[in-house]
Write a protein that binds this ligand. Structure first.
Ligand code: FE2
Length: 260
């Protein structure tokens, strides 16, 4: 099995292509978005990689509803026929934002999964670990000793995701991360974001052992009260993501909100 990262510089997002036995899946593909217009250069380069390698794309996995970039899952579905996968709790997230953002109906995802789900992929099975906290519908996909954790964990020097959106919970995020820390220490943790200084390479994969020892916000020794204190203090200083009012409605419905 091979994992190929693709970094989307404009939003600091990481997309992955996982391949095994001639099959491929994509985790968290990203659209380009500027001045109200969508374009497809980044996701097309991901699809081009799949074509060049002669892989059969089967699945597109969403770790959660992103607030800072537009998902390319529907685009990938439309042009390749790959099936989309998202947490069953996405309906909860939709209901939390529905009135506030005047949303009509949830986009048509193919598979809604929870911790009982096992999805066949090539010679492997994808397991689902529910890791709520950043949003109620955050999930981690586990394939052998590789975990795709979405925004749950950032690189060890950056900490964890924020926990101040509607339905978010620092307590739940703490327990989700401690659950991930029970996995074998050699587990490869694939991140959804990194924000390297200009010219530096992003961190896409970190050993679980390194997170447990060095994560600046939540190490294996951090208590719940310590984490909540630190998370709340940090979240009070964070601004709303620049694209939130476009990204949330788009990622829930695959429709751009009306221009004001
Ligand atoms: Fe996120």
């Amino acid at each position: 099995m091979k994992v190929q990262p693709f970094f989307h510089m404009e939003t600091g997002s990481l997309t992955y292509v996982v391949s095994d036995s001639g099959y491929a899946l994509i985790v968290d593909p990203v659209l380009d978005y500027k001045d109200g217009e969508i374009s497809y250069n980044h996701v097309d380069s991901v699809l081009e990689y799949i074509v060049q390698k002669g892989l059969d794309l089967r699945l597109v996995l969403e770790t959660h509803i992103h607030a800072d970039h537009l998902s390319a899952s529907q685009y990938v579905k439309d042009i390749t026929g790959a099936k989309s996968v998202i947490s069953a709790k996405i309906k909860e997230v939709f209901n939390q934002w529905k009135a506030k953002l005047n949303l009509k109906s949830l986009a048509s995802f193919d598979f809604f999964v929870d911790s009982h789900s096992r999805i066949q992929f090539g010679s492997k099975f994808i397991e689902v670990i529910e890791t709520p906290g950043h949003t109620p519908a955050c999930i981690t996909y586990k394939i052998d000793d590789h975990v795709f954790v979405g925004d749950t964990l950032f690189a060890p020097d950056k900490g964890t995701s924020r926990a101040d959106f509607p339905g978010a919970s620092a307590t739940e995020l703490f327990h989700s991360i401690k659950k991930l820390y029970q996995l074998p220490r050699e587990t490869n943790v694939y991140l959804c974001h990194d924000y390297p200084p200009l010219g530096a390479a992003p961190t896409s994969c970190v050993k679980l052992e390194s997170q447990k020892r060095r994560n600046v916000m939540l190490s294996q020794n951090t208590s719940l009260s310590e984490y909540i204190f630190m998370r709340d203090r940090r979240d009070q200083l964070l601004k709303e993501p620049k694209l939130l009012n476009v990204a949330i409605p788009f990622n829930l419905t695959y429709l751009l909100p009306a221009k004001r």
